[in-house]
Every structure is written in structure tokens, then in C-alpha cells.
Design a protein around this ligand. Sequence first.
Ligand SMILES: *[C@@H]1O[C@H](CO)[C@@H](O)[C@H](O)[C@H]1NC(C)=O
Ligand SMILES: *[C@@H]1O[C@H](CO)[C@@H](O)[C@H](O)[C@H]1NC(C)=O
Length: 430
Amino acid sequence: MGQRNHSNLILSFHLPFQSLFLAIPILSIFPSHPPSNFSINRMEGSTGMSEAWPMVERNGTQLMTKDEPFVIHGFNTYWLMVFAVDPETRHKITDVFSEAKEAGLNTCRTWAFNDGGWRALQVSPFNYDEEVLQALDFVLSEARKHRIRLILSLCNNWSDYGGRSQYVKWGQESGLDLTSDDDFFSDTTLKSYYKGFVEAVLTRTNTITNIEYKNDATILAWEIINEPRCPSDPSGDTLQAWIEEMSAFVKSIDPVHLVQVGLEGFYGPSTPELMKLNPDDYSGVVGTDFIRNHQAPSIDLASVHIYPDVWLSHSDQDDHIKFVQNWMDQHMSDSKDRLNMPIVFAEFGISIRDERFGSGFRELFMDTVYGTFLRSLETGGPGGGCILWQLFPEGAEHMDDGYAVVLAKYPSTFSLVSLQSKRLSDGAST
Ligand SMILES: *[C@@H]1O[C@H](CO)[C@@H](O)[C@H](O)[C@H]1NC(C)=O
Ligand SMILES: *[C@@H]1O[C@H](CO)[C@@H](O)[C@H](O)[C@H]1NC(C)=O
């Protein structure tokens, strides 16, 4: 997720009456209040921080902790590190983890980068701010306390929090002749900046828990870049080379943790027959390729996002739901049959500021995502899981892009998330 352009969403939209009927039978199975006494983390109990915590590992298409299956029931909250720098806002990290835990969520995906600018972690190439690194230590330590696993993203395609355009600026400032943000993927100097940063984070020892990041079971996976695209090379070769090099680099420093790319999931030139599944013709030529990118030897998890609200310029609620089901089913079957790896739907969400949708539809959408994943899992599909974009505690609404889910404000959404937790803990351990 980055700055999504919502201007194309201000369409005059007529709510199809039928989708209301579609919503009722599905949503009526949710209890109207949170289930009272289930525990998602049966295994953990009330363990202290010092107690050993098994890593999440991969066995073929499934995730495991020790001998138990692990299924991701996750949420995105990208701003944790930045809020943790400031003593005034630090408590929000604890708030969001507590709230998530209460709903039975077990995994958080968040940014472990902030390049240049305000509260930068990477102030300039090879120069990292210790205060911000300690804020990241705090995020990891709070996650561990709450028994929440983290997927940590190491760079942004978008210019929010710096990202690859900041790397290009640094390169230009040092005298390199760079003309496009896509140079991020091929320029040797920029690649050395990225590698320096990755090495600094992975080899850090947490000042609060005293655990090295690369040995910390709190971390479920490293994500090498959020939502990469390299439209200047639609063949996909440039991005493919970058993914292969950087995922291998991460593994060379940290062979323990799982690695994912951070892709949106568009099919590309390696599978022309699947490109009709893409939301439009353009998404097939942005330099990404779901199948080929995930065949990079150091990649463990398939990553996919779900944003038909933005990807389909003209869609109603029924189109939206149909797209979600097809998109998920095809990617799950590919993860199992072609890639032999678990699949993480690492972002799915909807803006309730979008006139076409409200919180009722958001729940139908969430239920569709959860239901589609579970049905597949129960019939031999790949493991992995789904990560909502995005969970907010109360009092951070000024950061809301319309996609924020404040569970305290939407009891029925809380019930829906809790019910998914219960289904997962009934079907598999967490
Ligand atoms: C890993 O998966 C294989 C094949 O599905 C299975 O036979 C094996 O028992 C699994 N290993 C563990 C530790 O569960
Ligand atoms: C990635 O960044 C480029 C600009 O640098 C932008 O054109 C592209 O849309 C961004 N990615 C996504 C997911 O849209």
C-alpha cells in the first residue's frame, strides 16, 4: 500500500440490491459480541519473555512451529517504528498489539525501514540512527511480549518513508548519473546501499531483549521490498535479477528466517496463459511476474496483495467479490502446484471512504478472504495466511487513509476477526 490514487473511485455508484442479500447469510453466522473464552495461543500460555519461543519454519507448502502447523492471521500496522521513537506515542505500539491479541491475531507486518527525512532509520547510506534502531528494538520486544510474530519489510517501492526514490536521490547526490527510480534495481552503488542497510538490521542485537535479530523467533519473515514494480523493463529480467541477488544476500546473513518478496501478485511473461487473471493488461507489463519471481531460489513464501477496489477501475461489489475469489484460488493453486511454497496474502483491505463500499461490505470482503483461504487450506491447499490492511488503535485516526480498521469502534468486525481466530485455532495450532 502506498499513496493509492482514489480519484478514479469517485464514480456515481448505485448499490446493487442483490449484494445485500448475498451479505446476510454469510454475516449472520457471526456472533454479535466477541466470543468470551477462547484462547488462540494455546501453546504459549502466560510465558515470560525469557522463555524460548520456537521459530516459524517452512515444510513444503506449510508453516510450522516445532511440529505444529502455524497459520498466519495477521494485520498490517506500518508506522510502529516511527511511533516508537517518540515517548509520547510509544504506548500506541503496546495498544495495537494488545488489541490485536484480544482479537486472536498472531502476526503483524510492519516497516523496518525509513530512508532519509523525518525520523529516518537510514539517515544516509551506511549511516543509521541508533535512536530509531532502539525504537525498532522496542517494537520487536513488545511483539514478543504479546506473542505476535512480525513480517518486517526492508524497503519501499513507494516514496513513503523514503523508499527506492530516496536511494536514487542519494546516488544522484554522490554524483551518479541516474535518471529513473528503476535504476534502484540495477545500479551497483545503490545495491550496495541497500545491502549495507539490510546487513545492519539483520545483524543487530536488540538492546532490550539482547537477542540478535537474525536469531529472534519474533520475526517470521523478511520482506525485501514492498510492492516492487519495474515498468522500464516489462520483460521482468531486471527485477528478477534484483530479487535473486537480494534474497540470496538476506539468506547469506540470516539462513534461519523465511524470505518473501512483497509482490502484488500480477502474472507476467513467464505464464502468458495466466495473464488474463490480472486486473488489466497493464499489470502484466510492470516488470513483475508472480511465478518467475517466486522461483528465485532464496524465496520461501509467495506474497500477494488484494486491491480490486483500486485495480479494477469500474467494479461493483459483486465484481469485487468475484475477483477476490478467482485471484486467491488461482494463486493458491499455483503456490501449491507450481511453487511448492506457502502463500501470504500480505495486504487486503478496502477504504470505507470509497462511496461504493461501507463497513458492512468491508466485512463481507474480509469474510470472503478468510473463507476462501480456509476452504482451500482444509482441502489440502497451501499454508501461509492473510494479513489485513490495516489495524489501528483508537487515537491514531489522523494517520488513516480510509483503510484503517479500529476494532474498538466496529464490534461486528472484531467478532469476524475473532471468529477467524477460533476457526484457525480449532483447525490448527497457532
Ligand atoms: C513435512 O511434510 C512432509 C510432507 O507433507 C511430511 O511427511 C512430514 O511429516 C512433515 N514434517 C514435519 C516435521 O511435520
Ligand atoms: C512503484 O513506484 C513507481 C514510481 O517509482 C510507481 O510508478 C509505481 O506505481 C509504484 N508501485 C505500485 C505498486 O504502484
